[in-house]
Design a protein around this ligand. Sequence first.
Ligand code: ZN
Length: 188
Amino acid sequence: MIFAHGPSGYLLGRIAGRKLPGVPLWPAVLGAYAPDFDVPYFALFGPPVADHHYWSPLHWPLFWAALAIPLLIWARARGPRATTASLIFLAGVILHFCLDTMTWYIHWGAPFTMVGFKLSDPTTVHRPWPWNFLTHWTMGLEASICLAAVWLRVTLDGRLLPARWGARRLRAWMRARRSGGAFGRATA
Ligand SMILES: [Zn+2]
């Protein structure tokens, strides 16, 4: 998966929030992104980002399983809200691995065995790799997850972006109009 991690975390957070009112959305979204926090390091220092599932512990499910133990002990000491948030965060991480397994190798037994597992292979056609992914059927799944998240956000909250963003930009635009300056310059 490339685009759907954040939206999938949003959907997870919303579903969890229905069962557990008052639980914030951010642990689910953060968890759904968390394994990809290794991407900037690989982009800057290598090896190639395409190999990060193999080399990076952040993309090894057993690394997160080991991390879950101290995280849950810490959360338990902080109270039920922290425990719930931590469990939803970890569910987001698992969701990330399930979605990655749709199209990329995930080494579920790493570091003990580096055998990779994936459900489909968009790279079998020899074209520039982004094009292979963009034309593969799994892109329909990604688009569906993204659209479902947008639909849920707009339906439940009546807006797509946080309210403060819109208000801030509107105030900046009005300030720029009053002062006769350019909008871009006023918001910079
Ligand atoms: Zn990933």
